[in-house]
Design a protein around this ligand. Structure first.
Ligand code: CP
Length: 333
């Protein structure tokens, strides 16, 4: 199924947010504009707005998280929603309850939105297809498939730092093979009109067919970083590596770790990004991670307005679909 079909309601509005793949430039720009408008609310002493008052959001993190889970919780609270953080380790899944039984039970508690992180690629799509249509599903990262809100908070950060996408050169560096973030960023950057997207990494960590997504692949940092405006570093996702794909971490750092010397290959005003968690001395030097070109902590801050935007838009799309269904049912009587 075309991934955008399940994400949009009949009016073409967002009702689930599962992947950046297949969404139009208009929708991605609307997400960025909405998030941008929420930034000023986050700089006030009173940060809450009443947009989701009375709604119930359930955070379902079947995989560990610091940034995504916390910022979804803060975003829901700042939209005045009620949020339930299900403690998976203490839930009945440990007694053998299936994922769908857990979700159908939570759905029966009059939930309005599930925010789902899961180790299996496709989990969020599967859930969106099998729960009641009145519940919006937001993908908070599924396996190596997609992490759309991370990609969009990264787009918001680039937009604010560089004022657009068309004329930018962006390099994504490291473990592209296992990265749900890289895939979601590539779809978003290409849709938003970025002409020059590059991936850099050892052959073992760059998918063979990656150039079919409209990016250029490099194995050499000097060549790949030459003249770029944005450098996005990725963590080595060792939890997803089934075999040894690297000679050693120290060799990887020597060749692909971002230090001041390698950063000098990029444009002088280039920004350095990383979705986190960062591994200092593995993919990035502290002098760069904490240096003047780093926007890593701005990305974290931008996670709140971005997640507020996506939640508000998805809930709007759900309500619109629900009222359309109700109108249709009335009309049929
Ligand atoms: N970037 C990201 O997804 O971080 P967490 O795993 O801490 O949520």
């Amino acid at each position: 199924m075309d991934p955008s079909q399940i994400q949009l309601n009949k009016e073409g509005r967002l009702k689930h947010f599962l992947t950046t793949e297949g969404l139009s430039k208009e929708i991605l720009n609307e997400i960025i504009d909405t998030a941008n408008s929420f930034i000023s609310t986050q700089e006030r002493s009173v940060k809450t707005v009443p947009l989701l008052r009375g709604k119930t959001v359930v955070n379902l993190f079947f995989e560990n998280s610091t940034r995504t889970r916390s910022t979804f919780e803060l975003a829901a609270k700042r939209l005045s929603a009620n949020i339930l953080n299900l403690d998976i380790a203490r839930s009945a899944t440990s007694k053998g309850e299936t994922l769908m039984d857990t979700l159908w039970n939570l759905e029966s508690m009059y939930s309005d939105m599930f925010v789902v992180r899961h180790a299996d690629s496709g989990a969020a799509h599967f859930i969106a297809q099998h729960i009641t249509p009145n519940v919006a599903v937001i993908n908070a990262g599924d396996g190596r498939h997609a992490h759309p809100t991370q990609a969009m908070l990264d787009m918001l950060t680039i937009y604010r730092e560089k004022s657009g996408f068309e004329n930018l050169s962006v390099a994504i560096v490291g473990d592209i093979l296992h990265s749900r973030v890289a895939r979601s960023q590539i779809y978003a950057l290409k849709t938003l009109g970025c002409q020059d997207v590059r991936v850099i990494g050892p052959n073992t960590l760059v998918p063979k067919d990656i150039e079919s997504l409209g990016v250029r692949a490099f194995n050499n940092m000097k060549q790949g970083l030459k003249g770029v405006d944005v450098v996005i570093m990725l963590r080595l996702q060792k939890e997803r590596m089934q075999t040894a794909l690297l000679p050693s971490e120290s060799e990887y750092y020597r060749l692909y770790g971002l230090n001041t010397e390698k950063l000098a290959y990029a444009n002088p005003g280039a920004i350095v990004m990383h979705p986190g968690p960062i591994n200092r001395g593995v993919e990035i030097e502290s002098a760069v991670a904490d240096g003047p070109q780093s926007v890593i902590l701005k990305q974290v801050s931008n996670g709140i307005p971005m997640r507020m935007a996506v939640m508000a838009m998805a809930m709007g799309g759900q309500s619109q679909e629900q009222s359309l269904q109700e109108q249709n049912q009335e009309g049929a009587k």
